[in-house]
Design a protein around this ligand. Structure first.
Ligand code: ADP
Ligand code: MG
Length: 338
């Protein structure tokens, strides 16, 4: 049974960043206003995610790390809606516990004392009292310690940290109302304020030069409610918002083009290409802008039909989505005389 667990885990827990992703999602699901991520050696030696969310009552700690345990009834509906909570459906903590030494320590704000539970390679320990602030701290040590050919799963520390950074950054930008921080080997990488302002989150993550070059994007289809009328209920794109950088603030990688569909971080080549098309000839050769773009489409119009980890999406109305994003970015650049 352990082996089955581990094989399943190898398929879903690909690397430290996939663990970080699940833990951060849990913290956000728990209504946290503060999520602090800290990793050692790119996450290969240790991962800790601390939040100030609703916490887990002591008598539910063992259920939280058990197979198929979820307290999130809405999840199945989310799946039907296409871009909902992806991943493990009550499997994340269980799966991580199978391939690491996992500690979940928690105290709901109204509980007097906290408690913790440890899982080592699938072996679930007793619930013990633990002193802790309100909220939840999850620690994952020695990831893949019991997995044959552990090295095969893990690349260089710098590579693993890059992936962790990408994950935490994507959540920090999607949730500017949450103070998200990332620390690597004791050094702070970034910390957003959680003041609800996207530009402020961009400042924390990418620095002042980038934040100051960012141009507001806010597009709604003609005839939509936001535009005065109310006959665009069936528009294939409801809204495009976010920030894009001045064409001179560009880099040699596409890594800084972040796109979100209905609030969820996705990779969608259609969205990236539409964004780049909007710049026309304004970008230097092999240069890419910074962008944080949120696209809202009707719930049923988007499919996550590649592997869930990849977050690659397909749109029913791809040409319309492309053209909306291109127009949104073009309009924003035009507003700035670009
Ligand atoms: P899922 O998120 O799909 O429900 P998980 O294995 O990620 O499955 O988590 C199992 C359960 O543990 C969650 O449903 C939730 O009740 C609880 N839980 C996990 N992390 C947290 C957290 N940071 N704060 C509060 N509850 C949590
Ligand atoms: Mg989860």
């Amino acid at each position: 049974e352990r082996t089955v667990q581990r094989i399943a885990a190898g398929e879903v827990v690909e690397r430290p960043a996939s663990v970080v992703k699940e833990l951060v999602e849990n913290s956000l699901d728990a209504g946290a206003s503060r999520v602090a991520v800290s990793v050692e050696s790119g996450g290969t030696d240790g991962i800790r995610v601390r939040d100030d969310g609703v916490g887990i009552p002591e008598d539910q700690l063992d259920a939280a790390v058990a197979e198929h345990a979820t307290s999130k009834i809405g999840d199945i509906e989310d799946l039907d809606r296409g871009v909902g909570t992806l991943g493990f459906r009550g499997e994340a903590l269980y799966t991580v516990g199978a391939v690491s030494r996992l500690t979940v320590r928690s105290r709901p704000p109204d509980a007097e004392a906290g408690a913790e539970i440890t899982v080592e390679g699938g072996e679930v320990g007793e619930v013990r009292p633990a002193g802790c602030p309100a909220g939840t701290t999850v620690e994952v040590d020695d990831l893949f310690f019991n997995t044959p050919a552990r090295e095969k799963f893990l690349k260089r520390t710098a590579t693993e940290f890059d992936h962790v950074n990408t994950v935490v950054t994507s959540y920090a930008l999607a949730n500017p109302d949450v103070a998200v921080s990332l620390e690597h080997d004791g050094r702070e990488t970034f910390a957003t304020e959680g003041n609800g302002d996207l530009r402020s989150a961009v400042l924390a993550v990418y620095g002042r030069e980038v934040a100051e070059s960012m141009i507001d994007v806010d597009w709604t289809p003609e005839g939509s409610e936001a535009d005065g009328a109310a006959d665009a209920d069936d528009a294939p794109v409801k809204r495009v918002t976010g920030l894009v950088s001045h064409p001179e603030t560009a880099r040699s990688t596409r890594d800084y083009l972040s796109t979100y569909v209905n609030g969820r971080y996705v990779t969608a080549s259609a969205l990236r290409e539409a964004t780049l098309d909007a710049y026309g000839g304004q970008l230097a050769p092999d240069r890419y802008p910074f962008a944080v773009l949120f696209v809202e489409v009707p719930a049923g119009d988007v499919d996550v039909n590649v592997h869930p980890r990849k977050l690659e999406v397909r749109f029913d109305e791809e040409p319309a989505v492309r053209s909306a994003v291109e127009t949104a970015v073009e309009d924003a650049l035009l507003d700035h005389g670009l």
